[in-house]
Design a protein around this ligand. Structure first.
Ligand code: ZN
Length: 286
């Protein structure tokens, strides 16, 4: 019998402020330690009654350019970079108070969240993590997208993205994921978009807070950001893994498995996690 690791929260409260990527609203959040089996809950403290929005797959209400959670009309947009940091650090229980409908985008990666959570300190709790035990592969396919997970002894992700673009093309990456690898190789990878998309996104009311400080903007032959360079040569596929992990976190359980993900995006990620939920129910219902 494998000894499963224990649940984790943080040692003390920690705060973070900035502007939201899509809404452009200024926003601050507070991470608050939570008891075992709480899960992660966003609290919209700016709304009447301070609605609690659990970070779980059944509260996903939107997947356009980011993952949105909601309950009874109260929403929180673009949660994936925070959720990714939580999966990367193995945090299970946390309250996240926000005073706007989107958390701060920070630098477009998960690194600032990782740093603030680590500065608060991680606290191991006295109950094991909730585990989903895979008994067979789960495969999700839609058009050119394929996401599969096979049972394994550890958690790994192989991701492939293909953009018909001279600066990106085909990128592939494999990580066996542990906390150190996540912090070093995945968390710093920033979100990206193409220069020709920026105006269209803004017309749709998206990316209003987007700037060269918080997204890699890719032109046909250049990277527009101030430093004019990427943090990793393959930063794009690393960010896809970061986003995928954020969506995967909404499963609410730890899974050991080998993931293969081709041409992913939030909508596909969420559909895949829903498939996984069904399998988990079946496995435990026997
Ligand atoms: Zn992202």
């Amino acid at each position: 019998m494998i000894q499963h690791p224990n649940q984790k929260t943080i040692k003390k409260e920690a705060s973070f402020a900035g502007i939201g990527l899509h809404t452009g609203n200024s926003s601050s959040l507070k991470f608050i330690p939570a008891p075992v089996n709480t899960g992660v809950i966003f609290i919209r403290k700016d709304l009447p009654g301070k609605p609690n929005i659990p970070a779980t797959i059944d509260h996903v209400v939107g997947v356009v350019r980011g993952t949105t959670l909601g309950i009874n009309g109260a929403q929180i947009h673009t949660v994936e970079h925070i959720c990714s940091a939580l999966l990367g650090l193995g945090i299970d229980n946390l309250l996240i108070e926000v005073d706007a409908n989107e958390p701060p985008v920070a630098d477009g990666s998960a690194k600032p969240f990782v740093e603030v959570l680590l500065s608060s300190g991680l606290l191991e709790q006295d109950q094991p993590k909730k585990i989903l035990e895979l008994i067979e592969p789960v495969i999700y396919k839609a058009n050119e997208t394929e996401i599969r997970i096979e049972p394994a002894r550890n958690f790994s992700i192989h991701c492939q993205l293909i953009f018909n673009h001279p600066l990106i093309g085909k990128q592939e990456k494999f990580f066996q994921i542990d906390t150190e690898t996540y912090i070093r190789e995945i968390a710093p990878a920033r979100t990206f978009c193409f220069d020709y998309e920026v105006e269209a996104l803004k017309r749709k009311g998206l990316a209003r807070g987007g700037s060269l400080d918080n997204a890699v903007v890719v032109g046909l032959d250049r990277i527009y950001n101030k430093e004019k360079k990427l943090r990793f040569e393959d930063e794009f596929v690393r960010h896809k893994i970061l986003d995928f992990m954020g969506d995967f976190f909404l499963l609410g359980k730890t899974v050991l498995g080998k993931i293969d993900a081709i041409k992913v995006g939030h909508g596909h990620n969420i559909n895949f996690v829903k498939e996984l939920t069904k399998v988990g129910e079946l496995a435990h219902g026997k």
